[in-house]
Design a protein around this ligand. Structure first.
Ligand code: ATP
Length: 307
């Protein structure tokens, strides 16, 4: 099977410092794949390697079966790269910026005009086409930057933390655009350190830290593989933790308890019975869905927000 992205054993050092340590991962065609990791995890390095901007010390990287490390033009046509830092000419209008970037990709004339109109529509900035970019908000600049990466109709779009520091309206536009691109069959590789973005957008993900893939797969797969299983119980009156003795470690949360367990269904039954024996009424009793946050914490020992 040809993957949209296939990275095998990518290793990269800067000076003596290891940025990537044998990164191996595959992105299926048509998926929206999230690279989730804290600052310095290696997300940008992975994306730059994949876009052919830097070379690894060892390992291979291919896009739709084509080697990206050889710098072949036919691979570049397949990729739209949105770097972390916005690269636009501030004094030029959105239209002139897009004309410049489109021509760099070899699109010209009436076809380029059509494509510029289409991408400006997609990013919701058609009415600002003639305004200088210097007058745009950070979020609007980011949207023009994304538009520039779409002009040559890439099959894979790589976005490096596109929502950092932007307004909610632009963030929503970017999300909607990504969903639209995905519906049109474009594969998206999206890096972020916001877990909720991966949950909202991505069907598959890799959690990376210190240049290593800690886990990867579908969101549900990752959650069920690594997520702590637990049950939440709230009762009237409030019961003390010993009721859960033998069920699992209990910690007070809100008006009730979270009880960790490997067997949530059995735990539900045992807690219900325990409460009945104590003569207390169960107000709420449910299985706690593992979250990416707890998975990340269990894999790395740190929360992403601490970084
Ligand atoms: N040009 C460079 N020279 C030296 N070290 C670098 C360079 N670029 C990245 N690094 C180091 O490589 C490691 C991985 O960095 P990278 O930028 O890929 O991480 P990241 O996950 O994208 O983080 P961020 O969200 O901060 O961009 C970090 O320790 C970083 O300091």
């Amino acid at each position: 099977m040809n993957y949209a992205v296939d990275l095998q054993g990518l290793h990269k050092t800067y000076g003596g410092k290891t940025a990537l340590e044998d990164i191996t991962l595959q992105v299926k065609e048509g998926s929206c794949y999230g690279l989730l990791g804290p600052n310095g995890a290696g997300k940008s390095t992975t994306m730059k390697l994949l876009s052919g901007l830097i070379q690894p010390d060892r390992g291979t990287a291919s896009v739709f079966g084509k080697d990206v490390l050889r710098g072949d033009e036919s691979v570049k046509e397949l990729i739209g790269y949105v770097p972390q830092s916005i690269t636009l000419y501030e004094k030029l209008s959105a239209l002139d910026n897009l004309t410049f970037f489109g021509e760099l990709y070899g699109v010209r004339g009436a076809e380029l005009k059509r494509r510029i109109e289409a991408v400006l529509e997609k990013v919701g900035l058609a009415e600002r086409a003639k305004d200088p970019v210097a007058e745009f908000s950070g979020g609007m600049k980011r949207r023009i930057n994304i538009a520039a990466a779409l002009l040559h109709k890439p099959k894979l779009i790589i976005m490096d933390e596109p929502t950092v520091g932007i307004d909610p309206q632009s963030r929503n536009h970017i999300f909607e655009m990504i969903r639209g691109l995905n519906r049109d069959g474009v594969t998206v590789l999206y890096s972020t350190h916001y877990m909720e973005e991966v949950e909202a957008l991505c069907d598959e993900l890799a959690i990376i830290d210190h240049g290593k893939v800690l886990t990867e797969g579908t969101l549900d797969g990752v959650l069920s593989r690594h997520g702590a299983h637990a049950v939440y119980v709230e009762s009237e009156p409030f019961v003390e933790a010993p009721v859960f003795a033998g069920v699992g470690a209990a910690s007070a949360q809100g008006k009730g308890w979270v009880v960790e367990t490997e067997e949530p269904l059995q735990a539900l039954a045992r807690i219900a019975a325990g409460c009945q024996e104590q003569g207390v009424t169960v107000k709420q009793l449910e299985i706690v869905r593992p979250s990416l946050e707890t998975v990340f914490l269990s894999l790395t020992g740190t929360t992403l927000r601490d970084t």
